[in-house]
Design a protein around this ligand. Sequence first.
Ligand SMILES: Cc1cc2nc3c(=O)[nH]c(=O)nc-3n(C[C@H](O)[C@H](O)[C@H](O)COP(=O)(O)OP(=O)(O)OC[C@H]3O[C@@H](n4cnc5c(N)ncnc54)[C@H](O)[C@@H]3O)c2cc1C
Length: 475
Amino acid sequence: MIEKSFDFVILGGGVSGLGFAKRVAENGKSVLVLEKEAIVGGLSRSIEYKGFYLDFCAHRFHTKNEKLLNEILTLPGLKMEKHIKKSRAYVFGKYCKYPFEVQDLLRAMPITKSIPAAFSFLWNMFKKRFTERPNLRSFEDWFAYIYGYKLYEVMAKHYTAKVWRHDPREISADWADQRLQGEDLVKLLKRIVRKIVTLDFRSYDLKDDSLAPDGGPFWYPLRGIQELPDAMARAASESGTEILTSARITRVDTKSRTVYYEHAGESHMAKYDKLISTIPLHTYYNLQDRRDPAVEKALSGLKYMDIIFVFLFLDIPRVSNDHWLYFHDKDIIFNRAVEFSNWSPVMCPPGKTSICFDITSFEGSPEWEMSDKDLIERTKSDAIKAGYIEAKHIEDALVTRIKYAYPFYDLDYKQKLDKIVSFLETPHECLLGRTGIFRYNNSDNSIEMGFELADKMLAGENASMHTYTVKAVSY
Ligand SMILES: Cc1cc2nc3c(=O)[nH]c(=O)nc-3n(C[C@H](O)[C@H](O)[C@H](O)COP(=O)(O)OP(=O)(O)OC[C@H]3O[C@@H](n4cnc5c(N)ncnc54)[C@H](O)[C@@H]3O)c2cc1C
C-alpha cells in the first residue's frame, strides 16, 4: 500500500473541487483530488464524438460576481467567447420568447385561456400591493403568488411537472427562489406597453430572429465547456495539486483521517488534515465509517434526479438560431433542445449540426428503462412532430445517461439535509458543491463556493458551505 499525506484531500474533480484545489494550492497547501471518471469536470464536462464536441445539455458560464468572472476569464489557456442568450419555448404549437414575455404568451394562447390569464395576472399584481406576502411553501404557491394562478398554469405548472416528474405542489418554493428571478414587474409592464404602442405583433416562427435575443450575456469556450474545468485543473496542478482521474475510492476512515483508494492498479492511502467531499451525499455516507440510523432515514428520503441526453446529428449547418428551445408539451418526451452550432462554429464539422435533447428521469422510471434505440426513435418523432427538424437530415444519434444530475427539493428536503450535513461535517470533513452539499446551483456558484470555502479555511475558520446562498442567480 502506497502512503502519502496532504493538507487537503478532495473527493471529486468537478468545478467546485477544482476551484477549491486551485485556491488552497496557490496558497502553498498540499492537495490531492480523486476523481472517478477518466476526465475532470463532473457535470460541466464534454464529450467528443466523430468530430463533434458535446456538452451535457450545454453549459453557459455566467456570473454577476466580477471578481470571479475575471479570475475565470484570465485562466491561462482558456479562451471564452461572449454570447447573448437566445431561447424560445414551444407552447400552444408556437415558438414564444423564453423566459416568457407576458404579451407574447397571451397572443400565442387560445383566446379562452388568454383572457382569464390576463385578468388573473393584472388582478394578482393589484392584490399584491395591498396584502402581505404569505408563506410560500411549494413551487405552486411561489409562482401563483408572483404571476397569478392562470398564468402559472400556462407558464410553469406543466413544464415543472414534466421536468421534475412531480406535482409542483410537492416541490419546495426554495427551488423557485434559486432557479427563477422574480420578474421585475415595472420592467415587464414597460415592455408590454412598448410592444402594444409600437403594434409589434409579429408571427412566431422558428426562423424569426426578431423575437430573440431575450437574455443577458454569457461566456462559452470554443470546444465545449470541458475547456473550463481543464483550465482550472491545469492551474491547480501548476501550483502543485495532484489530480488523479479514474480513481476508485474504497473507504474513508475519519478516525485516522485516511482515504483509501485504488489507482492505476495499485492500492493507496492518503492521510489528510481536511477532507472535502463534492461527491453525492449517499455515496460519501457509504464510504465513510460513521453510522447513524436517523441520518440513514433522512438520506433514504433525499433524492437526486437523473438525466438522459439524446444527441442527434444532422447534415445541415443549422436548424434554428436559439441556444435553447424549451418544450412544455408533456407529450413531447424531451424538455429542451440545445443546438451546438449556435454555441461555437467549431463544435460541429463544417456543414453539420448537432442537437442535445434532455429527458429528466429517476432511475427505474419508464424513460430510464427505455432502450437507447427507443429513446432515439421517440426523440426523433417528437422533434419532427413539433416542426423542429426533418427526418431526411438526421444522420446519426447517441444516448448518454447521467446520475445525480439535480438535487430534488421536495417540501421537507431542508430538514433532511440539515440532519445529514450536521452529521457528516466535522472540523476535519466538509461538504462542497452542487452535488456534494445538495444545492441547486450553476457552475459559477459551485466555483464561487469552492473559493469561499478555501478562503475561510485558509483564514483558519471551521467553515461550512451549508449556509451558502446563491447570490447571483445565473439562469
Ligand atoms: C443538464 C444540466 C445543465 C446545466 N447547465 C448549466 C449551465 O448552462 N450553466 C452553468 O453554469 N451550470 C449549469 N449546470 C450546473 C453545473 O453543471 C453544476 O453547477 C456544476 O458543474 C457542479 O459542479 P460541482 O463540482 O459542484 O459538482 P459535480 O460536477 O457533480 O462534481 C462532483 C464530481 O465528483 C465525482 N464523483 C462522484 N462520485 C465519486 C466517487 N465515488 N469518487 C470520486 N469521484 C466521484 C463526479 O464524477 C464529479 O466529477 C447544469 C447542470 C445540468 C445537470
